[in-house]
Design a protein. Sequence first.
Length: 201
Amino acid sequence: MKEDDIALLLRFTEKTATHAWKYLHQAHTATRLLNSDWMQQLLAFDGEEQGNDVIATSLNNIGGVYNAIGNYDKALEYYQKALTIQYRVFDVDEKHVEEQGNGFIATSLNNIGGVYLEKMGIILKTLNQKVKGNPICPFCTSQNKYKKCCTQGKRSNIAKQCKEQALKYIKQSRSIHHRVGLVHRIPNQDQAIHYLSSILI
């Protein structure tokens, strides 16, 4: 499949899923569309070698739909796919992203940081919840028994990892925004960084 064909199909899927979620509030419809066999076949291309900035934008928007319906792992998957394409398209070395990145890359980094921030917040709300017995884990969708899944210690470790990742990505995004002059986005990022830095896990 050609890049232009992929871009067109992704745009259609992105718009349909976004419409289902934003305007119809049908999370189920949006999720079914994004999880369809057709969608999975469409996305079975190598982001390292294929894809352009239009495809990256669509992948970012699909990640936004997953984020909105609370499927954070899927949101991260699509945001990361978009970022991988952007690094290649804009010829940016990931190790020097703060010096080489542009506004598009800063947005992707901020999106990823935001997902980790939300995941951390949800986990922190459950840290003091005690579970009796060994039911199906109430903290995730794995269907595993609780004692082999999201125990309090594991949740605490995951929250720490999410905090570290959120700080990393949001700081990178902020640095790029400052360098390229997108200063209107910095105050919200400063608030997020201050909040994350103040949390003791």
